[in-house]
Ligand binder design. Structure first.
Ligand code: ZN
Length: 78
């Protein structure tokens, strides 16, 4: 975006600390809401199996499991 747009679309989330609307610029989300990047706008999480594996490995409940076991769990819930 270049310059100052006349109409700026703000994020529709509420600020946690004072309950006021967030004043950051929003991005149109899949669910039809405008959400800024601070409130989970763009990121949709890991997409590849390798990315998910890395993510799952950080979770406590998957500690000590092998890659194969975790991969099986990922395939099951996707
Ligand atoms: Zn926001």
């Amino acid at each position: 975006m270049v310059g100052r747009p006349s109409k700026k679309v703000f994020c529709q989330a509420r600020r946690k600390y004072d309950g006021q609307p967030c004043r950051a610029k929003g991005i149109l989300c899949k669910n039809g809401r405008w959400i800024c990047r601070y409130h989970g706008g763009k990121s949709t999480g890991a997409k590849t199996l390798e990315g998910k594996l890395k993510q799952y490995k950080n979770l406590l409940q998957y500690k000590g499991k092998t890659d194969e076991e975790i991969k099986r769990i990922i395939r099951k819930d996707t």
